[in-house]
Design a protein around this ligand. Sequence first.
Ligand SMILES: *Cc1c(COP(=O)(O)O)cnc(C)c1O
Length: 377
Amino acid sequence: MNPIFVTQPYLPPLEEFIPYLEKIWESKTLTNRGPMHQRLEKELCDHLGVEHISLFANGTLALVTALQALRITGEVITTPYSFVATAHSLLWNGLAPVFADIDPVTLNLDPKKIEAAITPKTTAIVPVHCYGTPCDIDAIQKIADNYNLKVIYDAAHAFGVKRNGQSILKAGDLSILSFHATKVFNTFEGGAIISPDAKTKQRIDQLKNFGFVDEVTVVAPGINGKMSEVNAAFGLLQLQHIERAMTRRAEIDAMYRARLSQVPGLRLLEQPMPGNTSNHSYFPVLVGPDFSVTRDELYELLKDQSIHGRRYFYPLISEFPMYRHLPSAQPGLMPIAQGISREVLCLPIYPALTDEEVNRIADTVCYASTLQRKAAA
Ligand SMILES: *Cc1c(COP(=O)(O)O)cnc(C)c1O
């Protein structure tokens, strides 16, 4: 049987990419805000329903640059339940991460825990829309306004997600996206920052290009964060296919829900409220104490069938060596995140996954649920 991985990048037919490459060869512009780059910024604005977007070479550089652009200092409150890049971007800026616990339903930062973590040194909040589920952006904005904090959303999972018909990428001061190969929309490697106004975008565009304003003027110690023309061209091609890819993801999500929502001890994430959209970027299941086997046993059982789920996010960021000494990283301080990271397993979801494969995965999970749990020692 073919192995099934948790995700597979969406690749349009190769022949469709050739004309884009021919254009690049003709123009001889390989990078530095060339025609593909400019077109992708415009088309992404239209597609996402935002006004100002700056493309980056990857999502991590976008995060690092977003923190620079807003001149963040001191302590920044963030979630332990995310991909390591969220917190690494703080360390790369010499900032002190302060972890706060998550909400057990959305798995996003709990606003009450954010407020409790604020000190006189706090200057910003970096929440994550985990698995594309929107954060409580109203509550977070209220806290930010009350305490004069900036909010930078790590929206790496949230491509195309809407709340009340509006893009959630407009929330906070800045949002960042990742277009890594494993994400819903990919440019091989890539990322972006969404800005609220042209002036902020201009500063970000300078920062991602060494701080250049013109040939002879450098206004900031910028970095090289630019997206190349080949990556931008691939993004333009992906955009042609994105609706179909999203529809297929939604179908797979619905199939899993039909098969797994009644399995004892297994919890699925809630579906979005009416008026909100999900991008079905992940399909996490929470393997609770009432399930027949442990999360790790289920992970191994699936692996025996060549089905490779992923324990996103385990371990927590706060458990990695460069974070675990922090006062806010003590396990007792984030019982919800601790518990969820030991129960979570992301099942495969990607457009090329067939109905047969989804059923085979669901069959294996259902079979596991009938096993006798080993008697407790
Ligand atoms: C993928 C991801 C990133 C990093 O993006 P890259 O494009 O891989 O650098 C950051 N945060 C989260 C939550 C992610 O999932």
